[in-house]
Design a protein around this ligand. Sequence first.
Ligand SMILES: Cc1cc2nc3c(=O)[nH]c(=O)nc-3n(C[C@H](O)[C@H](O)[C@H](O)COP(=O)(O)OP(=O)(O)OC[C@H]3O[C@@H](n4cnc5c(N)ncnc54)[C@H](O)[C@@H]3O)c2cc1C
Length: 508
Amino acid sequence: MTSSASQKAELTMAPSRSPLSRKSIVEAMTELLGSGAVETSVVQLKAASVDRFRKYTSVHDIYDGPIPAAILYPESTADVAAILRFAEEKLVNIVPRTGQTATEGGLETVVEDSLVVDGSRMNAILSIDPVDMMATAQCGVGLQELEDTLRAQGLTTGHSPQSKPLAEMGGLVATRSIGQFSTLYGGIEDLVIGLEAVFPGGRVVRIKNVPRRAAGPDIRHIIIGSEGALCFITEVTVKLFRYRPENNRYFGFLVGDFASGIDALRELITAGYRPSVCRVYSPEDARQHFAGFYQGKNIVVFVAEGPKGIADATAEAIEELFSGRPHERVDSGLIQRWFENLNWGQDKIDAEKAAMLEDAHLGFTTEVSIDWSRVSDLFDAVMSRIRSEFSRAGDLTMLGAHSSHSYQTGTNLYFVYDYTINCSPREEIEVYHKPLNAIIVTEALRAGGSMVHHHGIGKYRTPWVRQEHGSAYYLLSTLKHAFDPEGVMNAGTIFPLEPEAGAHDTAS
Ligand SMILES: Cc1cc2nc3c(=O)[nH]c(=O)nc-3n(C[C@H](O)[C@H](O)[C@H](O)COP(=O)(O)OP(=O)(O)OC[C@H]3O[C@@H](n4cnc5c(N)ncnc54)[C@H](O)[C@@H]3O)c2cc1C
């Protein structure tokens, strides 16, 4: 193979093509799992062919992609192993799912006659260990349920994504999710101790629970963030912390410009403090959260938590930080109330659906990450490029950003954009969402950042995956070829199916 041919092989992955008919696939699954575990209603299958990337088309009942052959509900690891054995042998594409809150197309069934494997009936909390401080849960345990159970015992995982009321453990690990208290507790990759997963062909692997080890590379990271494109996660063990909400301290400060808000976060974090929440919102973004009191300014928000001495010391450092900076103080009760209503459950999803049907208006987000020294330049570059280059800029009703997860070396930027849709519902993604996403992603890559901070690559950021990883893409694509040689796991997710015309493949 020439070097450019081998580069192409690295870049692409052929989808599986099953020799079986749709009917035979469904019959085989019914025989394997029983009819109660095989869903074939057209309404359910249509809904299972997309995720929230296509929330606008789906609310208008537009489903243009392949509709899966069935949704399967395994009840055990053995069931999952049997399904994945069949899938590899008969070349049937598998799309794993749990809480269905994916936003980047990870749940889209882009191959004909796919099987959606829904882990939500595998929903047992298997153990809670308050001595070794870990809990083990099956993939279909909702994070809300796990957290409610733990908090009643004075414990917490510390993981609290905005989708907590809906997301489940398998998907949370598969997407490399992050919670709102991440600056203190870390992302899911910092919380997972061990896990169990099933690979194509039905091979079950268990990565044992140990506090740390130096026994080769950290193999948990082959699974964490694999987005259903390598394996099906069946069980997860996560760290626990003591739950001490009584020590929480809430802070809000209005500041004149976004860059000075970012600088305040940087100073606090690099000095070694770890507030659980550490955010700055641009005025446009602040308006949708803090309309009553943001006064047209940027807002910096902190929560200090943990054992009382640590929460107090963090609070003191926050006060000291702002004593030397121009600001206006926001009442901490307002910040606490805002924070307590931030999560999205089914009620907010339903309200959004109703609003989308009533108004041709939509909101989306794209999240990236970048070093401290370049974050303000990236913010400015994205805002100005969208305003000057996006052909439908006049339809934007809001364009802003916030930073919500910070690290010793940098932070994330979460761009938010709302627009009025002046085209047919079917065209919405091509006319609005994809071009806006592309500007943000390409600017993040140009600035040396990452094109995705926590939502995963899904199927819509694959045109840039090779540029994201550069020479290290070799490692990622080798995993796919090694663990899923027939390409039956979530085709088109993480790994592009075909070379994209004009793809941004400039990395060497
Ligand atoms: C309103 C809202 C708020 C959100 N807030 C946050 C946030 O604060 N932080 C954050 O990180 N994300 C957030 N997200 C994104 C989303 O909630 C996360 O990506 C979440 O981790 C997905 O979990 P899920 O159980 O819903 O997975 P699903 O949507 O079912 O699946 C997500 C992906 O994981 C794969 N997958 C699912 N289950 C398995 C499994 N058992 N084995 C292997 N692969 C699997 C799927 O194939 C898919 O690619 C938000 C989404 C919404 C809609």
